[in-house]
Design a protein. Sequence first.
Length: 95
Amino acid sequence: MVWLVAKVGQMLVGVLTIRDRSHVKYFFVHPNHQMGGVGKQLWHSASRNGLLGNSLTVRSSLFAVPVYERLGFKIIDPPEAFNGMHYQTMVASYG
């Protein structure tokens, strides 16, 4: 797994974790820094550094589906739940 982090001073404000260039495991931005470009910078950094493969999957929280759609992900299955956590499986193709 590859971890990218964004910091402001000593404060961690964003995380993007990608497994095997094919699966987004974690993608979070601190609430005080959302809509400020932190997530976009993390995503572009991953792309520029060859960390994203031709196809990516994610199990998105239902809240984050619009964020992933803006990054080119498409819903591929109905929402599911695991241990009380609801998620949406999505996929994006690049290249």
